[in-house]
Design a protein around this ligand. Structure first.
Ligand SMILES: C[S@@+](CC[C@H](N)C(=O)[O-])C[C@H]1O[C@@H](n2cnc3c(N)ncnc32)[C@H](O)[C@@H]1O
Length: 294
């Protein structure tokens, strides 16, 4: 039997990147690097520092299996079990949404609004994240604001397991309270407590009618519960109703938005909020909306 060729990291990356590009895989270089890094237990940079490293047959087989999964459409973050958000690494699997770069902008906007709020407690703010998923927003806020106490709520016990694991990995579990609660229920405010200085939420906002237009990869692998609301506005409506009793006077409400959602969400807010600001993402699409409880 002919001996199997011994591949080095650099050769394998080059070949895989070209193959992924030919197969029209999104971000072929990043995908190949993340998968190989995952299989070898190395960061992406280390792959290049150790580029002549030969792979064992077992490693090669594991990498090929990961590539096959990618070719079948499974997102690279789920295969590798990791995603990056605001420069931090998060464990992810199919129980949670993969954090998106647009959400980093919403998080940044929320932090700016909180800093500008003038609340006495802004150095040690009390924060509520509704629909925490992987915990990416709640945990990043706890890391960026070392005095913050965060409540991370989700209706999905599975998602909360993932979020807890991420909080442990980042050493912020003691400052995050995880609550299994339904944001659409009238008892939500009682379940999460308060008062809060900041309520931030990236809720499900894809209307049912748009589901079929999403990328197949998203529909097949990401949790529908994390994405879809019948008209797209149910969560904003419920949270806007609960928020006045959850926020301190002067507290900040900050939502991620569907690109077409700003006007409708603004209408839902009613008279309890002032100073509404809409922020745009990299594509100049409306992506975040914030306001102040009065
Ligand atoms: C768009 S994902 C956001 C996840 C994460 N915060 C992020 O930005 O990547 C929405 C989250 O809301 C949660 N969710 C769905 N329905 C909910 C409900 N009725 N009450 C609370 N959370 C809910 C989902 O489980 C999911 O984790």
């Amino acid at each position: 039997m002919p001996e199997e060729k011994v591949w080095s990291v650099v050769e394998l990356l080059k070949t895989t990147i070209a193959f992924f590009a030919e197969k029209k895989i999104d971000e072929p270089r990043l995908s190949a690097e993340l998968l190989l890094g995952h299989v070898l237990g190395l960061q992406r940079l280390q792959l290049y520092l150790d580029h002549e490293r030969p792979l064992t047959l077992k490693e090669l087989e594991a990498f090929r299996a990961a590539c096959r999964e990618r070719l079948q459409g499974r997102p690279v973050q789920y295969i590798a079990g990791e995603a990056f958000f605001y420069g931090y690494q998060f464990f992810v699997d199919e129980r949670v949404l993969i954090p998106r770069p647009e959400t980093e902008l919403v998080l940044e906007h929320a932090m700016e609004r909180l800093a500008a709020s003038g609340l006495d407690s802004a150095d040690s703010p009390s924060i509520l994240d509704v629909g925490t998923g992987s915990g990416c927003i709640a945990i990043t806020l706890a890391l960026r604001l070392p005095g913050a106490r965060v409540t991370a709520a989700d209706v999905s016990a599975d998602a909360l397991d993932v979020a807890r694991r991420n909080a442990d990995a980042h050493g912020v579990s003691e400052r995050i309270r995880f609550v299994e609660a339904d944001a659409l229920s009238a008892s939500f405010a009682d379940a999460v407590g308060g008062p809060f200085d900041l309520l931030v939420s990236n809720p499900p906002y894809i209307p049912e009618a748009e589901w079929a237009t999403l990328q197949e990869e998203v529909r097949r692998y990401e949790p529908r519960l994390a994405l879809v609301a019948p008209t797209g506005f149910e969560y904003y409506q419920s949270i806007a109703v609960a928020a006045p009793s959850l926020l301190r006077k002067g507290g900040v409400l900050c939502f991620e938005l569907h690109a077409d959602g700003a006007a409708e969400v603004r209408n839902l807010l009613g008279s309890s909020f002032a100073d509404v600001q809409v922020m745009q993402d990299y594509n100049k699409l409306d992506r975040g909306l914030s306001c102040m409880a009065q």
